[in-house]
Design a protein around this ligand. Structure first.
Ligand code: CUA
Length: 316
């Protein structure tokens, strides 16, 4: 069964994974036995009981009690095994150890934000210590939609809701990287709502955290601050830097260009247009694009908007 799991499943990188895989392997194994057994029986009966002459008459069989009891009890028994086994695993997945290290997660269209105990934040990149239970306290930005936090390598998936916390926990066996996906359809950018989970060894993690927590942006020149803010808010998920078309228009060569709006009006991209597009994205929609960008009102200060505009201006 194990070799089949290695072939079918992503690497098992969390302590949950082995239990999940064993149950998955069991269900697969039973299914294979059943499908092979039933197929052989059907073929055998077709051969044994086909009508051999014109005047052969099929006997009428009213019932067969032992057979009916058997095909009721055996599947019922299998269902009970899978239920009990699954329930035990479910309890382990939902009961968070008390000493778990806590990280806060906010999902929004279409990015993941992580906040660490020392106030450091990251976007689309979750850093965790290995060999230690980690708890994620998750929510979707208010007014946003349902997302789902999914890390196949860890065998965990949990919905992330607006106005309500959900949580998951895991214990990563070894330092390394794993893919993170959004597993709930959440609109145009859903398939781009991906990220990476990076598990560090204990020492490396402390070092990373101290570093990430001290990163002040105040002293940087506006364009560089803008670049960091652009990445932190995952603007590049929808607005490419290289001129390619994504969910929204590219920022390459955007500033100073003439854009045709959905309304038929043509505008020249200046600071005021960019500012309005960040705070009130639906005020003017570029022709050929959908009105799907969420507002960043209340999320970015005037200063930060300035810096982002400077960064966009630098993308010639
Ligand atoms: Cu978020 Cu799909």
């Amino acid at each position: 069964m194990d070799f089949l799991n290695d072939f079918l499943l992503p690497p098992a990188k969390s302590t949950h994974a082995d239990a999940v895989d064993k149950l998955f392997g069991f269900v697969n194994f039973v299914s294979v036995i059943l499908i092979v057994g039933i197929t052989i029986a059907v073929l055998y009966f077709v051969y044994k009981y086909y009508r051999k002459s014109e005047n052969e008459v099929t006997p009428i069989i009213r019932q067969n009690v032992p057979l009916e009891v058997a095909w009721t009890i055996i599947p019922l028994f299998l269902v009970f095994i899978v239920f009990g086994w699954g329930f035990k695993g479910y309890m382990e997945l939902t009961q968070v150890p008390e000493d778990a290290y806590e990280i806060h997660v906010t999902a929004q269209r279409w990015l993941w934000k992580f906040e660490y105990p020392n106030g450091a934040t990251t976007t689309n990149e979750l850093h965790v210590p290995a060999n230690r239970p980690v708890k994620l306290l998750m929510q979707s930005k208010s007014g946003d939609v349902i997302h789902s936090f999914y890390v196949p390598d860890y065998r965990i998936k949990k919905d992330v809701l607006p106005n309500q916390y959900t949580q998951v926990w895991f214990n990563v066996k070894e330092p390394g990287e794993s893919d993170l996906f959004c597993a709930e359809y959440c609109g145009t950018g859903h398939s781009d709502m991906t990220g990476t989970v990076i598990a560090h060894s204990e020492d490396e993690y402390e070092e990373w955290l101290a570093d990430a927590g001290s990163g002040s942006m105040k002293d940087l020149p506006p364009v560089e601050r803008g670049e960091k803010l652009f990445t932190q808010n995952a603007c590049q998920t929808c607005h490419s830097l290289d001129g390619s078309r994504k969910t929204g228009p590219t920022v390459k060569g955007l500033f100073g260009s003439e854009e045709e709006m959905e309304s038929g009006q043509t505008i020249t991209v200046d600071e005021n247009y960019l500012r309005e597009s960040i705070l009130n994205p639906n005020a003017k929609i570029v022709a050929g694009y959908a009105a799907v960008m969420p507002s960043f009102k209340g999320q970015l200060s005037d200063d930060q908007i300035d810096a982002i505009i400077e960064y966009i201006k630098a993308q010639k």
